[in-house]
Design a protein around this ligand. Structure first.
Ligand code: ATP
Ligand code: MG
Length: 210
């Protein structure tokens, strides 16, 4: 079973790493791939290049044996649609491997805005982690219906099928966001508690987010 954590990682932070570590402890993935988006379809172009963002991901995960980087979205033209990445992954891994897309509740709540969103569950499961300040009340109705049709409470069932289920996994998510970090750096507030030291040094070296 493979986990994928897609994101802008602008920059990567301890909230991302904590999410991956806790889910790995409970679900025991063979690997978790961090997949930076080159051109996020819904956010517009990030101020920091995809190369810098990917380099920071590499630094953050280098000592973790289960974590890998997947740069396929950096090698594609145009908006980074998750569905295209999943189709490519399926070609590589085959139809039998369980693929879990790891996602915060803020992003899952708006899944209906993703390109070809109804196809996504044909290629992966979703493991949703509740993020502070993202209440379930705000979920789009269509996403609620999708959840009703596909939700499982049995974490083991994700291993027994390749795709098609949604698991809401309770973990104590950290209240950290890249937005907050970018604002802190711009206003010269200390961010050392929010990210690995190596990432902080990289940001300083390259004068990002100043
Ligand atoms: P931004 O503030 O720029 O949107 P972000 O902190 O939300 O950045 P993303 O790269 O957008 O980070 O997030 C990638 C994925 O990780 C999303 O599914 C998001 O919900 C999830 N995520 C990010 N931060 C956390 C966190 N602190 N706890 C749980 N999940 C998180
Ligand atoms: Mg976000």
């Amino acid at each position: 079973m493979i986990g994928i954590l897609g994101g802008t990682f602008n920059p990567i932070h301890n909230g991302h790493l904590h999410l991956a570590e806790r889910l790995n402890q409970t679900l025991a993935f063979e690997a978790i791939r961090f997949m930076p988006a080159a051109i996020p379809a819904l956010k517009g172009m990030p101020t920091v290049s995809a190369e810098h963002r990917a380099d920071m991901v590499k630094l953050a995960i280098v000592n973790h044996p289960t974590f890998e980087i997947d740069i396929r979205e950096l090698e594609r033209e145009g908006p980074s649609y998750t569905i295209d990445s999943l189709i490519a992954l399926r070609k590589e891994l085959g139809d039998k491997v369980s693929i879990c897309w790891l996602i915060g509740s803020d992003a899952f709540a708006r899944l209906n805005t993703w390109n070809r969103w109804k196809d996504l569950l044909n290629h992966c499961h979703f493991v949703v982690v509740k993020r502070p300040h993202s209440e379930k009340l705000n979920w789009n109705t269509e996403v609620e219906l999708l959840l009703e049709a596909h939700q499982t409470k049995d974490a083991n069932s994700l291993k027994n099928s390749a795709s098609g289920k949604v698991l809401i996994q309770e973990i104590a998510a950290l209240d950290i966001s890249s937005t907050q970090i970018r604002q802190h750096i711009a206003s010269k507030t200390d961010v050392s508690n929010f990210m690995p030291r190596s990432v902080m040094k990289y940001i300083q070296q390259h004068q990002l987010y100043q």
